[in-house]
Design a protein around this ligand. Structure first.
Ligand code: ATP
Ligand code: MG
Length: 692
């Protein structure tokens, strides 16, 4: 089990009989310690099913399972590798009955929760309901129930929310449903209030390993403690510098508490980074430098100096996306890493992905969006693409069904079912079937009329799209088409709030702009300053490339050999040879520290703490890169409808400083580390001799 592990890692892996904390910087092999320790525990005779490895996301769990399989083979199947939430589900399915929960309870997603809260609080506004949800979730993560929340409420607003929480909880019980936070809170109640359940689970799990320990919240820590019992057979690995979920209730106190709650805790530090070049690591160390240290640590790498970290300034987002694509293509040409899976674009907030998605599609680069929804996966964009696909290829049945029903045009479910049966009987596409002379025998008269009208309309659109060229005409055409099908009204008729419908309509407009721009001719760039002249293309040609691209992207996703677009938060624990961090501007990273939209903490008190968390987020981003890192920022960015001047993030200056700092010799560092390790080994041998 010691192959491919350094001495400190081996120490952590071989320490089997008590609580162990591995506290170390990014890329130092903490996750590797966990997988190897699973193997070591099995080798030492612990049954695989009695080992639980807790990860932060389902994706991380899947990766951990893969890695464990590589090390130990089939036995890995029985190891419990999951998130705290998934473990919670398991405990509640088995033992939730003692809390009055049926084993087949449902788990609500965020949309369900919003709906129930609207009802419980008597509002139709989704944004208000979501802000309650945020507060209630915060309370639940602190282990408070509605009554306790009301007792500690600081103002009327909080008291009102606490009462809404009480009504919300009643509804959950009535619906036999739980929300995401209950998946931690309820198992904890089980463990605390029911000793027989606690004993059962303590016996069932012989050793618990927790990755990304710094991001556990107070309730999760209590679950861990209850499961590990007094003997504390657990291994936690984490990095205080990567704690980025404070806003969701994660607390570094869990790190501070560990040595107090477990005086016998073995603390192991890892200092060699195996992921990144020295240039990247220096940038990371410099950015995190100003933060206070919970435990002092330094990181070094033996992977060589590598390319300097690039700082790229761009005129605006569009320009940034173009430069990113240019860099990707040139890196792919000139680096040994030629697979798209070797690249990632990281940003602060989901909405930043959009321009990059559009630029990647234009360049036919396959990608996936992780940690958020792809712009092209939004229902409204898929609706539009359904229509375009049908113009391009009349035989595309899924596109036909989407277009014919969005918006509804009086063609009923029965008619479509009859059409479907007829089409499959005669081996025709739905569109072909629609014009067949024998169709009237299979479909009612009114249905036929509606179908024929739809068919003629598609033919007409196809004809018009073929003959519409250049950006301006294309835009006008798209506008009139959307009016004809009354798409805006369709969005407003949806059950969502007006603001949600307006946002969707905004996406539609943006998508139409993008489509139109691709038709060439006289095109304004994003700043409105320069006109670009391109050979005009017909709208039908552009629609063709779009449907083609969506299949490339789907195929790519399946093969997983795709570039990753990810939020910084979702990139935690992962690594890529080449990373582009984009939109690294003041206001974005660090995030609007002065104006506190959408968050409810008290800004004055929290500004310093939040700045520290933002710094950690930057550190997480930088340390994802193995070989090369480019950090870009924009000089002008969109604010509402206007373009405003923007400044580079303060972290860029701090990071760039790193490039001038004197370089440490990693070998010297390693020598010192080995000496220290030898000294520690001697000390513990002496201690062991004393206690024997
Ligand atoms: P993060 O803090 O980002 O989660 P981590 O500490 O969990 O990072 P790992 O992901 O375990 O780090 O390891 C980083 C990289 O270094 C991986 O590619 C891993 O395979 C490699 N690595 C770790 N330890 C060693 C080692 N002893 N020898 C060679 N490679 C190693
Ligand atoms: Mg890790």
């Amino acid at each position: 089990m010691s192959a491919g592990l350094n001495l400190a890692q081996q120490e952590a892996v071989n320490y089997l009989h008590g609580p162990c904390l591995v506290l170390a910087g990014a890329g130092s092999g903490k996750t590797r310690v966990i997988t190897h320790k699973i193997a070591r525990l099995i080798q030492a005779g612990l049954e695989p099913k009695r080992i639980a490895a807790i990860t932060f996301t389902n994706k991380a769990a899947a990766e951990m399972r893969e890695r464990a399989k590589g090390l130990i083979g089939r036995d890995a199947r029985h190891v419990v590798v999951c998130t705290f939430h998934a473990l919670g589900v398991r405990m509640m399915r088995e033992d939730g009955a003692v809390l009055g929960l049926k084993p087949q309870f449902s788990i609500l997603d965020a949309d369900d929760v919003t709906k129930i809260l609207k009802d419980a609080g008597g509002t139709t506004d989704a944004a208000t309901a979501r802000s309650w949800q945020w507060t209630i979730s915060k309370w639940k993560n602190m282990g408070l129930n509605a009554a306790e929340a009301e007792a500690q409420a600081v103002d009327d607003n909080e008291r009102i929310i606490a009462r809404i929480m009480a009504r919300y909880e009643e509804r959950l019980v009535a619906y036999q449903s739980v929300d995401f936070d209950d998946l931690i809170g309820m198992p904890l109640a089980l463990l605390h209030k029911h000793p027989q359940v606690r004993e059962k689970w303590q016996k069932a799990l012989g050793h618990i390993l927790v990755d990304e320990y710094q991001d556990t919240n107070a309730t999760q820590y209590e679950v861990l403690k209850a499961l590990a019992g007094e003997r504390g057979s657990f291994t936690a690995v984490g990095d205080d510098d990567q704690s980025i979920y404070g806003w969701r209730g994660a607390t570094l106190d869990n790190l501070k508490k560990l040595p107090i709650d477990y005086p016998q805790l073995k603390v192991i530090k890892l200092e060699q980074n195996y992921r990144s070049t020295s240039a990247i690591l220096r940038a990371a160390n410099n950015v995190i430098g100003p933060n206070p240290k919970l435990f002092p640590k330094t990181l070094f790498s033996e992977l060589g100096e590598g390319e300097p970290v690039r700082v790229v300034d761009c005129d605006n987002e569009q320009h940034e996306a173009e430069r990113a694509v240019a860099r990707l293509l040139s890196l792919r040409e000139n680096s040994p890493h030629k697979e798209w899976r070797d690249f990632a674009i990281l940003y602060r907030a989901n909405h930043q992905a959009r321009v990059f998605e559009q630029a990647l599609r234009k360049a036919s680069i396959p990608y996936k969006v992780s940690g958020g929804q792809s712009f092209f996966d939004r229902a409204e964009i898929k609706d539009l693409c359904g229509w375009f696909r049908l113009w391009v290829n009349n035989d595309d049945d899924p596109a036909f069904l989407r277009a014919v029903t969005t918006p509804k045009r009086g063609i009923g479910h029965t008619t479509l079912q009859q059409l479907g049966v007829f089409a499959s009987q005669y081996k025709l596409s739905l569109f072909e079937a629609l014009f067949s002379s024998s169709l009237p025998s299979a479909v009612g008269k009114r249905g036929i009329e509606g179908l024929h009208e739809f068919g003629r309309y598609i033919n007409d659109l196809e004809y018009r799209a073929r003959h519409t060229k250049g950006a301006q005409d294309a835009r006008a055409f798209l506008d009139s088409w959307l009016k004809e099908i009354e798409y805006e009204q369709h969005l407003y008729d949806g059950e969502e709030s007006e603001t949600a419908a307006a946002t969707r309509w905004g996406h539609v407009m943006e998508f139409c702009d993008w489509m139109a721009q691709r038709c060439g001719g006289q095109v304004d760039d994003a700043s409105g300053a320069n006109a670009i002249t391109e050979e005009p293309k017909s709208l039908l040609e552009v629609a063709q490339t779009i449907s083609l691209l969506s299949t490339i992207s789907e195929r790519g996703e399946k093969e997983q050999n795709v570039l990753t677009l990810s939020t910084l938060h979702a990139s935690k624990g992962l690594e890529w040879p080449h990373v582009l961090m984009v939109g690294v501007n003041e206001g974005m990273l660090p995030f609007k520290l002065d104006d506190d939209e959408g968050r409810q903490e008290k800004v004055q008190e929290n500004t310093l703490e939040r700045l520290q968390e933002e710094r950690r987020l930057m550190y997480v981003g930088i340390t994802r890169a193995q070989r090369s890192l480019a950090v870009s920022w924009v000089k002008r960015r969109k604010k509402g409808r206007e373009m405003v001047r923007a400044l580079p993030s303060r972290f860029i200056a701090e990071m760039a400083l790193a490039q001038n700092t004197a370089k440490e010799d990693p070998r010297e560092k390693l020598k010192a580390l080995r000496a220290e390790f030898a000294r520690k080994a001697q000390e513990s041998a002496a201690l062991a001799a004393k206690t024997a």
